[in-house]
Design a protein around this ligand. Structure first.
Ligand code: FAD
Ligand code: SF4
Length: 528
């Protein structure tokens, strides 16, 4: 292991990696990005020729935003494990640790080793793509390969997606392309989408399976101490870290999901329950996004399991849709919409993020229950992210870019390419409707229907206005009234304005008074 003089991390095992020959003797260098951690997906020649594998660990990147400590533990530990694994499998490995950015570190090395020809796989993050283009411009020594961790080609779909082509149609095309859940030209079971069957509330006595956990090993513990030392003020806690950090462990997480949760994935996909941040979801996003698993690997394992174990079509179809539909679509949307999308703010909201996003200290039980696991484990499933957190952010007129930053630094699976479309496109309508057909907002009734939160809340979900009423109730109508033009222009949503307008004068005044009082007293904080 080669490290720069700028910083001295606590290497033990990883310190023992050194290229067998000196760096001068290599011409072909393959750069391994932190989210491409599987040799099988590298270009074939890399496996045959075994060039020098270059890893860059950047402290600059780690401190660029207050990333959740577990996120940093996960990314760094997975990268170090993978570097060691490559070394053990006979690859020459150069592990560069730098206080600079990835790109600065890279340029410094390319200047030092003028004969290096750099090869790497297409990236997702916009800033790194631009930086690599610059490096290529300056040196003419960079070769880029197609990213094989994903299934869809960006160029094929980006123009349509930019024009508002919806996920559902993209998904059908991906089904045809992959042949997943197809019988010839037709979808298995006769329908493309079984979402309407996937909205059940969790029955009281249903047994929720244990989540998959891995005991942190010496490398992860070393990284943990380093993170605690270097970034004590970053978001979140470290004590409960139990994520997989190698592709073998991630594979076990996948098998665990298939055996314990895939069967019920569909029906309870939208459900939320106290003490269960995963429920019947897979919690595979950290591994997919770090490249410890790939899209095809996960889909093929799930499809083969579903055939052998009679998994209901609504569950297997719902799961496959998340990966070949949503995940692939989101990635292309990001590439199609960057960089302008970064500043999108359709409603022009400027309020700071509510304080409760930082500490979960609130009387709104749904938000307390949904944010607590984010602080503890950097994860909660899709519906708390959308229906509770983003919904509250919208209803409280919060700057969507701050919400995007918060999701980005506080979730284990967040990388700009995936968090930004989900926040600025799907959940806040900041893009003005390119990704979603209408703004995502809901009142307390919907949260009550899909969870057990309201029965333990100091607010009453039945009450519509006043100090003890559920804030989601009056904030919802207040939002519709304030943003009436947007809803009136939307065929699917203009009935909401009509419903508000039909309320009597006293009711409307009570809604507006309650909303103004709540919003004026809401504590907010933004110090990123
Ligand atoms: C506001 C908001 C922010 C989000 N931020 C992220 C993020 O930073 N990183 C991230 O990976 N996902 C993000 N998502 C999407 C989704 O919530 C997570 O992918 C999912 O909750 C991960 O948990 P899981 O692995 O248990 O998913 P499952 O429900 O088991 O789904 C299986 C897989 O499908 C993929 N998937 C499902 N929905 C989406 C989606 N909308 N976008 C991309 N992939 C999807 C994921 O890879 C996931 O692992 C966000 C959603 C919202 C509403
Ligand atoms: S009553 Fe309202 S604030 Fe309380 S948990 Fe239910 S939806 Fe959330």
């Amino acid at each position: 292991m080669k490290s720069s003089n700028h910083i001295r991390p606590y290497y033990k095992e990883i310190d023992q990696i050194l290229p067998q020959r000196s760096a001068d003797s290599y011409t072909k260098v393959y750069l391994v990005w932190h989210d491409q951690l599987q040799v099988e997906y590298f270009p074939e020649w890399v496996r045959e020729e075994r060039p020098l594998l270059l890893f860059i660990e950047s402290a600059h990147k780690a401190k660029s935003r207050p990333y959740h400590k577990q996120k940093l533990m996960f990314v760094l530990s997975a990268m170090r494990h993978f570097a060691l694994e490559c070394h053990q499998n006979g690859y020459p490995v150069w592990y560069e640790s730098t206080s600079q950015s990835f790109e600065q570190g890279l340029i410094r090395l390319l200047k030092k080793y003028e004969h290096w020809q750099l090869h790497h796989m297409e990236l997702n993050e916009w800033d790194s793509i631009q930086a690599l283009k610059q490096v290529q411009k300056q040196t003419n020594r960079v070769t880029t390969y197609r990213n094989t961790f994903f299934l869809a080609d960006i160029e094929e779909f980006e123009d349509r997606i930019k024009k508002g082509w919806r996920m559902e149609f993209f998904y059908r095309e991906m089904r045809r392309k992959t042949g997943y859940l197809m019988e010839g030209e037709h979808p298995v079971g006769g329908e493309w989408n079984y979402d309407k069957e996937n909205r059940k509330k969790l029955p009281k006595n249903l047994n929720v399976p244990e989540i998959f956990r891995v005991e942190p090993d010496a490398i992860t513990l070393e990284v943990k101490h380093m993170i605690e030392d270097w970034f004590p003020h970053h978001f979140g806690e470290t004590s409960s870290f139990a994520y997989a950090v190698t592709s073998d462990e991630a594979q076990r997480a996948l098998e665990h999901f298939l055996q314990t949760r895939l069967h019920s994935f569909g029906p309870y996909e939208d459900a939320m329950a106290t003490g269960h941040s995963v429920l019947f979801h897979s919690q595979l996003s950290p591994y997919l996004n770090a490249g410890l698993l790939s899209a095809s690997m996960v889909c093929e394992a799930a499809l083969s399991y579903s055939v052998q174990h009679e998994i209901p079509i609504a569950s297997i179809e719902g799961f496959i849709r998340q990966i070949i539909g949503w995940r692939e679509y989101i990635r292309i949307y990001y590439h199609a919409m960057m960089p302008e999308i970064r500043t999108a703010n359709y409603f022009g909201f400027t309020e700071n993020l509510p304080q409760l996003f930082w500490d979960a200290d609130t009387r709104l039980n749904c938000l307390r229950q949904c944010i607590k696991p984010v602080i503890e484990d950097a994860y909660t499933h899709h519906i708390p992210r959308l229906m509770v957190m983003s919904n509250f952010s919208n209803l409280t007129q919060t700057n969507p870019r701050q919400l995007n930053e918060w999701f980005w630094f506080s979730f284990i699976d967040a990388y700009e390419w995936v968090v930004l479309p989900n926040v600025l496109g799907m959940s806040t309508f900041a893009d003005g409707g390119v990704l979603a057909s209408k703004p995502y907002i809901a009142g307390g009734n919907y949260i009550n229907k899909m969870s057990d939160y309201c029965s333990n809340c100091t607010y009453s979900v039945k009450q519509k206005t006043g100090d003890s009423a559920c804030p989601f109730n009056y904030l919802y109508w207040n939002f519709i009234d304030d943003q009436r033009e947007t809803f009136q222009q939307n065929g699917r949503a203009n009935f909401m304005v009509n419903t508000f307008d039909k309320k009597n004068v006293e009711e409307k005044k009570a809604i507006k008074d309650s909303a103004h009082k709540f919003l004026s007293q809401l504590a907010r904080k933004w110090n990123n």
